[in-house]
Design a protein around this ligand. Structure first.
Ligand SMILES: [Zn+2]
Length: 274
């Protein structure tokens, strides 16, 4: 049994991230499994060294042990930065195309995508056969009409809720979903714990997995837990969750993290993806 904590260091980790670290740690302990640490630093414009450092000090402060992945910031820089693997992800995307995934270049800006891109992007780029050009186009995966993926007992129409997802960004970097599935495949992750708001992302990743040679990913057990809410029960946005500063490393704060994790639901009942 292998699970992972996979934060994106584009800011200091917030209460939701900390609670997720506790949940994956509990899950690994219950199963006598392994917790892998993966730091997704692909987004070079937002990642900062102090945010990477924050991941290690947070886990240490929460007494969350991890058994694989970088030991500290220097170790991360030396051998675990995902940014150094851009060409590897590019080759993975080509391999996915060779396995039959239809990918097309798209010039549409994010602001044009006001609703899920059922049937393709709004500009009709799919049939235009545009070349990929850094700074001008992104690469999208075509999600055929009627693509239904079952997650946690729910059937998700991926073409309707996600549409043709970007797999390669216009700044010549892999998009999150591509890198995430490849990393989970390579680490042989068996259990993924994430918020309920990512169920649709999970469905897209399950759609992509066979093309990425990640047949094992289809067998992954997913736990989609509740979301961190405010006193009024409303979901907190990322900006509300984060004060912009580092979570205070106090006993009181640690208690709040543990309470939050418990409230999200201890992942006993593991739902299978299929
Ligand atoms: Zn387009």
């Amino acid at each position: 049994m292998i699970t992972r904590f996979a934060p994106t260091p584009s800011g200091y980790l917030h209460l939701g991230n900390a609670a997720n670290a506790i949940l994956v740690s509990w899950l690994a302990q219950q199963h006598g499994g392994t917790l892998a640490l993966r730091i997704d630093d692909m987004d070079a414009t937002r990642v900062r060294r102090e945010y990477v450092e924050d991941v290690f000090t947070l886990l240490t402060w929460l007494h969350v042990p991890w058994q694989s992945g970088p030991e500290d910031v220097d170790d991360f820089d030396a051998g675990f930065s995902m940014r150094r693997r851009t060409e590897y992800y590019r080759a993975e995307l080509r391999a996915a195309q060779a396995r039959g995934l239809e990918v097309y270049a798209c010039t549409c800006s994010r602001s044009q995508l006001t609703s899920p891109a059922t049937g393709g992007c709004p500009g009709g780029c799919r049939t235009a056969a545009l070349p990929y050009e850094v700074g001008r186009t992104a690469l999208r995966a075509h999600v055929p009409r009627g693509t239904l993926i079952s997650v946690d007992g729910a059937v998700i129409p991926v073409d309707e809720v996600i549409g043709d997802a970007v797999l390669w960004r216009r700044d010549d970097l892999p998009a999150y979903h591509l890198a995430s599935v490849v990393e989970d495949r390579d680490a042989a992750v068996t259990h993924v714990v994430r918020g309920r708001d990512l169920v649709e992302s999970t469905a897209l990743q399950l759609f992509l997995a066979p093309y990425l040679g990640a047949e094992g990913f289809v067998e992954t057990a997913f736990v989609h837990h509740g979301l961190v809410t405010g006193n009024d029960g409303a979901k907190l946005s990322k900006s509300q969750l984060s004060t912009g500063g580092r979570l205070p490393r106090t006993e009181q704060q640690r208690d709040e993290v543990l309470r939050t994790a418990a409230a999200l639901g201890v992942p006993h009942g593991i739902a299978s993806a299929t």
